[in-house]
Design a protein around this ligand. Structure first.
Ligand SMILES: *Cc1c(COP(=O)(O)O)cnc(C)c1O
Length: 426
């Protein structure tokens, strides 16, 4: 399902013209579709259903991809659990109506304060990533008189064949317990009074398009589960992480959820363990776009620049990963006073931030006028969640479209609140 369609008032999301969103809430502005979010979750659940696994699976949406309360609340209503990586994300999930007993807590560096908060909330499981973390968690659990439910996140040493910054399953990554050390660490965990061994976890990377690495990782994990069972350590659940990729370019299709997940899911049929999945990007990425306005056209000798009002602080993926986002004209609501249409030419789409790395797209063939609205597509994941206030820029507004309604789900920040926590010397 495509997020946008062309209506008589230009590009629209569901039944709402983007020009109306811009008029009402200003730009830059993230726009999400409730229907697209619901469909992405449905596609994941249907893929599990097709393998007869839905009844014993928990889909834990990875909060870091987009942690807006309205989005968390929508997934909670659909029955999702949550994969968190901080105490802040736990607080968001609870504030959004999620329940702690469907929360798994990942991450290489959980603080004792975060461990305590998660124990007191009663989360489903800690995904423990090192021997030291296991000992610390055991101590903290003892100090609050609880047993911590634990999975070990194992590092299966498979190459996810994705961008190195989002590849997590190789030996060289900081993530997870080395595969060869996991068995002994399970024995240690099973001996600790305040640890309750529940499961196993693995997450090999993000934006994965080839299903083979995830299936290979699953094979390794299942072999370890069987070896542990033979040694008297029976696990209740297997968590195979997230990582499913999405389509970012119109000319580069990504596999559908069913096709991507099938090889991995086929290996799980006939087993008795419960299953956990941690999809992030695939549930939100193509359900959101970043709406921006062209402020300045700056023709040059070598390159032509279109300076827009969104920047790397709003959407960091191009600057951080050299990532591609399709950029299209909204085609209405433009504020250009002249009726003249700019000639089509190749533009560098850049923001106003003082960094040469501040670009949103290179070499885009577009016919632009100052005042035109542009939609930067596939921006629902790792967009707003990574936004910053660099250059003292207030973070963008976020809007959720639902049929013909638009709901402001995060108001635009104002400038005074950017420096409200700061004080000058006495
Ligand atoms: C980021 C992350 C995810 C989600 O990854 P996606 O590629 O967005 O699906 C899942 N699990 C863990 C442990 C993560 O760090």
């Amino acid at each position: 399902m495509s997020l946008t369609s062309m209506g008589k008032n230009g590009l629209q999301v569901e039944s709402v013209p983007l020009s109306e969103v811009a008029q009402r809430f200003g730009t830059p502005c993230y726009v999400y579709s409730r229907a697209a979010l619901t469909a992405a979750y449905g596609a994941y659940r249907d893929a599990l259903q097709a393998h007869g696994l839905a009844g014993r699976s928990l889909i834990c949406y990875a909060v870091k991809a987009n942690s807006n309360l309205a989005i968390l609340n929508l997934f909670a209503r659909l029955g999702a659990g949550f994969d968190i990586v901080s105490g802040g994300e736990l607080a968001r999930v609870l504030a959004a109506g999620g329940t702690a007993d469907k929360v798994v807590f990942s991450g290489v560096g959980k603080s004792r304060t975060e461990m305590r908060a998660a124990l007191e909330a009663g989360i489903h499981c800690f995904n423990v990533e090192s021997a030291s973390e296991l000992e610390q968690l055991s101590e903290v659990a003892g100090s609050v008189g609880r047993r911590a439910p634990v999975s070990l996140r194992v590092n299966p040493d498979v190459d996810a064949k994705t961008h190195p910054y989002i590849s997590t399953g190789l030996k060289t990554a900081k993530f997870g317990v080395a595969f060869g050390e996991a068995f002994d660490l399970y024995r240690r965990a099973a001996s600790l009074a305040h640890i309750s061994v529940k499961g196993i976890d693995c997450h090999i990377g993000s934006q994965l398009l080839d299903p083979a690495p995830a299936a290979e990782a699953a094979d390794k994990v299942l072999a370890l589960v069987d070896r542990l069972a033979a040694a008297g350590i029976a696990l209740e659940h297997i968590d195979l992480g997230g990582g499913m990729g999405i389509q970012y370019r119109a000319d580069e299709p990504a596999p559908a959820a069913a096709a991507y997940l099938s090889p991995m899911l086929a290996r799980l049929a006939g087993r008795r363990e419960k299953l956990v999945f941690e999809p992030g990007r695939s549930l939100v990425g193509n359900a959101g776009l970043l709406l921006t306005r062209v402020d300045v056209l700056k023709p040059g000798e070598e390159k032509h620049f279109a300076v827009v009002d969104a920047a790397m602080n709003d959407l960091m993926r191009p600057a951080l990963y050299d990532a591609w986002h399709d950029i299209v004209k909204v085609g209405a609501g433009d504020t250009a006073t002249s009726a003249a249409t700019g000639a089509s030419m190749s533009y560098e789409i850049v923001g106003p931030v003082c960094e040469s790395g501040d670009f949103l797209g290179h070499d885009r063939e577009l016919a632009l006028n100052e005042g035109d609205l542009l939609a930067i597509l596939s921006a629902g994941a790792y967009g707003m969640a990574m936004a910053s206030n660099y250059n003292s820029r207030p973070r963008a507004a976020e809007v959720m479209v639902d049929g013909d309604a638009m709901h402001l789900i995060r108001r635009r920040e104002n400038i005074a609140e950017l420096f409200a926590p700061e004080t000058v010397l006495p």
